[in-house]
Structures are given as C-alpha cells and as structure tokens.
Design a protein around this ligand. Sequence first.
Ligand code: FE2
Length: 460
Amino acid sequence: MSKKLYITGIVVAALSIWIGTRWNTWFGNPPEPPYTTSTAPHHILLTFGQDQNSRIICWQAGEEIDRLQSLIYKDESDSTAINVENPKAILDSTRGGKVAFYSVTLQSLKSGHKYSYCIKPVGVDDAPWYSFEMPKDSQPEHSFIFFGDVQDSVGGISKSVFKHVANTHSNADFWLFGGDLIERPISCYWDLVFNDLDSIAQCKPMLAIAGNHEYLKGIRRTLDSRFGNTFQYFQTSKVGENHVYRLDYNGASLFLLDSNVDSWQLTDQADWLEKNLKNCPADNWKIVVLHHPLHSNKGAYYNLPVKWAFKSLVEDLGVHLVLSGHEHVYARYNEKEKRKDTTAIDKLPLYIDSYCSPKHYRLYFDEPEDRIGTDGRFYQKITFNEDALMIETFDAANNGQLYDKVMLDRSESKPCSVEEFGTSLDPQQVRMSDWYRTVKKPKRVKEYEDDIKKWEMSQK
Ligand SMILES: [Fe+2]
C-alpha cells in the first residue's frame, strides 16, 4: 500500500469515527412519546392576523376534526354576541399522536374596544370567557415585550417569569418570542409552554419566530408542524416553506424571519425582506427579528450564511433594530467605527441578542459589545412613538431590575441619534452560572473562568 493511500485511509477512518460520534447531535431527535389530545378546547392562543386590526384565536381539541367546534365573541360596547361556527380546522399528525387545530380570524376590530370570546363546542353548556383590548390608535406610544430563547424544562420558573412580566408591563400591546420557545418539538414541551402562558396567551397577542429547537433535525431539517398551526399568521404570510411575516403596527414595521432553514432557502427570505423593506412606510421604525444573531457574540465567523443573506440589507435599507436569540447570552451592539459613513443612521441597526432561559451559555469577550450579561432571565420592553424607540432590558431573575437601556431618538433631527443609558446602570453581570458549571466539562469551565478573570482585569 502506498503511503498516500495509507494516510487517506487513516483520515477517512478518523472522519468516519468523528461523524459517527456527532451524528445524533446533528441529525438525531429524541423520540416523541405517544400522547392523547383532550377533546376539551385547550392551548388557546390569541395572535395577530395579517394587519394590526385583526386577531386570530387558535385552539386545539381532540384527535379528529369536530364540526361542532364554535366560537362566540362580542364587542363589549354593544354586547351583541356573534357565533362563528365551523372554524378553520387542521388535523395535525405528529410523531407522537394527532391533534386537531381550530382557528377563527376576527377582522377590522375597533381601536380602543374591548372584546370577549368563548370557545364553546355545540352542545357544551359552560365554557370560560376571555377578553382582550385593542390598543388605541391615539395612544401617545405603543410597546411590546421581546423574549429571546425560553427553552424551559418541566419544573422551571418560566410561569412565574411570565406572570411577573404580565403584571409589571400590563400596558404592553403584545409579546414576541425570538425562537426556541420550546426545548424540543415534543408534545410535553408544548403543554409546558401553554401551561406557563395560561391566562396570558388567551388575552395578550403572542407572536413568535421559529428557532432551531422548533425544528426536527435531519439531513434536511423540518419545522414541527405544530409551530405553524399554533402561530397561524404564518399560514398566509409564509413564502414557500419560509416562515416569514410582516406586521405594520402603529408606526413600526416588524419583519419576522426564519434563520433556521437550509442555506439555499435564505435567498428567498432575503428577496422577501428586501422587497418589504423597500415598500415600508419611510417613517416607520423598522425592526427585524431572527433567531441567529447577525452580530454574534461568538465571533465574526459565526452564522455566516445568515449574515450573507441579511446583514447588508439591514445595514443599507434603514433597519433600526435587529432582535435575536440562540446564543443564550445578553449582548447589545451597534457599529460605530468600521462603517465609512459615520452619520448616526449609518451606525444602525442596533443589534440585541437576548435569552430568558435556564440554560446560560458562555460569553465571549473578543467581539466588540456595548453591554453584555449572563446568568439572568432577560427580556426587553420596546416602546415607540413617532420620535423615539426605547429598548429597556430587565432581568426577571433579579426582581425584574432594569439591566440595560438605550434609545433611538429622532425628535431633534433625522436621522436619529443613539442615546446610551446602560453605562449609568449597575455593572455588567459577567459570572459563571451554576448551570454552566454543572453541565460543562471541567476543561471548558476552567477556560471560561480564566476568560472571565482576564475580562475583569481589562475592566480595571
Ligand atoms: Fe437556538
């Protein structure tokens, strides 16, 4: 055997062993245990339709389509109840069982009005009523809550976090999840999320984008069908298999992307984003939401396909804010030095990567960041009016304390200025979480400890 052939054999064998050890991580899925679906309406969720004046109410019931499902709703100002029979129905066959989804879209709802609804299959005498309010168009400002990855486990604290946020920021118009809302596409994790959001999801509109944990892994990844059947606005907005959605909302335009698709599908989303950014009202705040950060805390070479697809678009077409998750750290940054033109608008967008999960990955310290944090349960309140867009980051693990604040202000001049408030708040929370110390190998723990020490020295 020639030397060349011998070396090739060794390399192929080593590669095969390596791929073999990683195969399950890259392509394997934990099996979904068989489950049964209650025939009583459950997993009830309020979300948006295709514009700011429409709402979709979605629920699940039983393992086959039941034509007796119906929804009654009324505008509290006149109390005339309207019965919607024969709602849109989808039978979803998942790995562990079947579940029937139902939805009703309410159109042209009136600004400032309060609506009530009840899901009451024909023949059922009693069912709970839920209510929601349409924000007033004339409000001086609007706001929403953003959560990065949640990915909680059974017994976790998300329910109390959500309760805290709902009570503390009851005036927020809606909530938005940045992907990885669930740990795995398995029935028990969907049950967990709906249990954690119970009494909130029925009354406050919920938006979400897909994260990699909503996907079934494989040579070709596939999005768990329950995701699109739960967040039903995607049913009419998606482009091919790309779960994208745009919402123009009281002076802000949100562009929801799916960064988990195979690389070649990203060009379809880039085309969609470019077209929609170009026909967006000029004065609207432009907010892009995707799971994988375009400014990665891990370094310039992370998420390259996603960066190639979207980064120049968000920089060149006037996006103000990019929200993302996935890396399980808090990191905020906007470009200040590298761009050729240094007018304020050219320093945008503002990149915010956040998470609200019990899993705390490590921070990296080589990438430029304006404020970083870890070992918390972070979430953002984003408040906007014609003149300003303010992003406040709170830590639910620290009594909901304000952790970071930054504002884009265009009251004095256009384009807007970036006003920094984070430096006047508490020192940055950089420490190793118990989760990291417990889960990671001793070598990784030591490396991170050393990096934190170096970072602490650099801050003195
Ligand atoms: Fe993720």
